[in-house]
Ligand binder design. Sequence first.
Ligand code: NAD
Length: 263
Amino acid sequence: MDLGLKDRVAVVAASSQGLGKAVALGLAAEGAKLALCARTESTLSVTAREIARETGADVLARPLDVTNYDAVCRFIAEVMSRYGRVDICVANAGGPPSKTFAETTVEDWHCAAEMNLMSTVYFARETLPLMLQRRWGRFIAITSMTVKQPVEGLILSNSVRAGVSGLIKSLANEYGPYNVLVNNVCPGYTATARLISLAGTLAQKQGVTPQEIEARWAGQAPLGRVGRPGEFADLVVFLASERASYITGVSIAVDGGAVKGLY
Ligand code: NAD
């Protein structure tokens, strides 16, 4: 299948490692030009060089914090001066800490809203008008299976990411008439640094080993294992492609079947 991604310009946020990096690699392998960002310059530049070497893609990489709106604006302006267009934007960020409601401070709530809701708003504000002008675009948010089914101990993710789902559905309605498609991809338990760190936190709290926590997560999915970042990225790459031209406003889980509800 030709995905029609050759020479498309793709912004991938929070992409120095984990799911963002896997998505960037997948898009580059299909011929897209990349604009990557993440907080830490050293890891980001290693990732950018690795992707360029493996795929031959054109890669622009800039360190920034996705919660800083001015930095996002400067980044997208630089992408425009380098490539002259933005076709695809994948909004991603770090995940909020694992806490119960009782453990969560007001400051934690503000941080999670900035990190996981407002960062998506910032990238949408700066990239959707550019896609609208060209009457072609793909905006994809990376959220979590928590938008379909709350996960114990992740009160911040369970709450704040639901706002992202509402945002995505609303943007799909507003931008659909301009052939700009807006979707939400919801990872289940996927083997990245974030998952290892969450397993460590929960293991300490519960007095078990991180391996026991990981085995419990694997057991929640009918497929009996956690996911690989590349399996998640494959869906994002498809949604970013020409082939996904009649899919907008959906939240799709890539979770090995872990979500137990019907939708
Ligand atoms: P990760 O911790 O492995 O990678 C996170 C990336 O985000 C890194 O590149 C990091 O540099 C970057 N980042 C973090 N905060 C940033 C900031 N303020 N500004 C710019 N860049 C920032 O995480 P991951 O597993 O790849 O997860 C990506 C997203 O998906 C997170 O929001 C996470 O909560 C969510 N998620 C992950 C899983 C999973 O099992 N891995 C499951 C559900 C949801």
